[in-house]
Design a protein around this ligand. Structure first.
Ligand SMILES: [Zn+2]
Length: 107
């Protein structure tokens, strides 16, 4: 496999390119467990693929079932993933606002 930065051959086990020192990480992955009562046992895996010489940056979402199999996959552009992040943060802000209003009303 080629170095993500300089393109020279790098063994897959190497985390850094021995020629230029660039980190060879191509993606970051995290798991998010499903809602405990709505989707127990299921999970969302999110993989952020970084831009390399041979890879377009994107974010890939996969839904995993109770048996550990991926049941659906979709990849978003970085712009759409950013929009998703804003959408999720907006929801939190709305909940905080609603909580603040409820606290005021309760007084
Ligand atoms: Zn390199």
């Amino acid at each position: 496999m080629g170095c993500v930065h300089c393109g020279r051959v790098v063994e897959p086990a190497f985390r850094y390119c021995p020629w230029c020192g660039a980190v060879q990480r191509r993606k970051l992955v995290d798991f998010f467990p499903g809602h405990p009562t709505i989707d127990p046992g299921r999970a969302l895996r999110v993989s952020r693929y970084v831009a390399t010489r041979d890879q377009e940056p994107h974010v890939r979402f996969s839904v995993w079932d109770e048996s550990g199999e991926a049941r659906g996959v979709v990849s978003l552009t970085e712009d759409e993933a950013e929009r998703l992040g804003l959408f999720l943060r907006l929801g939190r802000g709305t909940r905080r606002l609603r909580d603040a209003v409820e606290r005021l009303v309760a007084r």
